[in-house]
Design a protein around this ligand. Sequence first.
Ligand SMILES: *Cc1c(COP(=O)(O)O)cnc(C)c1O
Length: 359
Amino acid sequence: MTRIYNFSAGPAAMPEEVLREAAAELPDYRGRGMSVMEMSHRGDDYQAIFAETKTRLARLFALPEGYRILFLQGGASLQFAMLPMNLLGGGSADYVHTGVWSKKAIAEARRFGTVRVAASGEDGGFSRIPRQGELDLDPAARYCHITTNNTIYGTEYFYTPETGDVPLIADCSSNILSRPLDLSRFAMVYAGAQKNLGPAGVCLVILRESLLERAAEEIPTMLAYRTHVAGDSMFNTPPTFAIYMVGLVARWLEARGGVAAMEAQNRRKAALLYDLLDRSDFYHCPTEVESRSRMNVPFTLADPALDTTFLAEAKEAGLVGLKGHRLVGGMRASIYNAMPEAGVARLVAFMETFERRRG
Ligand SMILES: *Cc1c(COP(=O)(O)O)cnc(C)c1O
């Protein structure tokens, strides 16, 4: 079996050890004679898997008192609507607009109330994260929403906005658990699993339970956070296998030293790539240095006519998923937790050789 280095933005590479573990227990989970995906979600075996997954995540996040971990469906995209449906209630919320995903979040929120754009990176082509001093915040906002990592434009927050008494809510889909996060600063964070947590099909939501005191009552049962808090994510059948996989990823993270160790590794990986981009005249990185994402690294070639050759030769070298998002063009290397340093080193070596031959 050969594994290649997959730089896709999502669904993204999973840790090889996790895939092997899941494969080994797939047809017969620990002598039960059945797969995890065949188990009743209410049975003892699955309940144990579920509890262990939550415990591991709580440890990894250093979950503060009063916070709940939920596993929901509909991806991060459903949270764009579910959040304002529960918490906007015809009022006004602040959104910081930093790219494609925040645009979608804003569009959904507008269906349920007023959106004030507290800052927008649009004029600058979303190449940087607005600073605290640039945020025009409304102290009466129901909440303030940010996107901690902009998967498409390759920018990331390296500070947590100060919003006073206004609850801060974040879409962390593409940098969750890539570095420590002080959850006590957030009222809620959410993340589709398929970038940094596991397979597609489950969305992690962590919220401060007191946030629900102001949640809407007259909304569909399945779309109310209250329902899922009360049912401990088991009001209906949860995506059982995807949650089990998230549990294996959480165990893998803990065995490797947790989020602090991940952060150190992710810094080294990102530095390898950005150092090359900065010393080269052939490659160009469009993002501002202070805002550069450690998860998604966009870059262009000096001659876009070489893009297809670059991608074809990269594929031959065992490096795939490097084509940039259609809105941005060029290339993008997504280097989430599961991408080993050796994969980034291989990419950098390939890029150097390509530049020597074609530059
Ligand atoms: C991928 C992504 C989404 C969309 O996630 P889905 O699970 O596909 O709905 C939302 N926000 C960010 C930041 C993303 O990277």
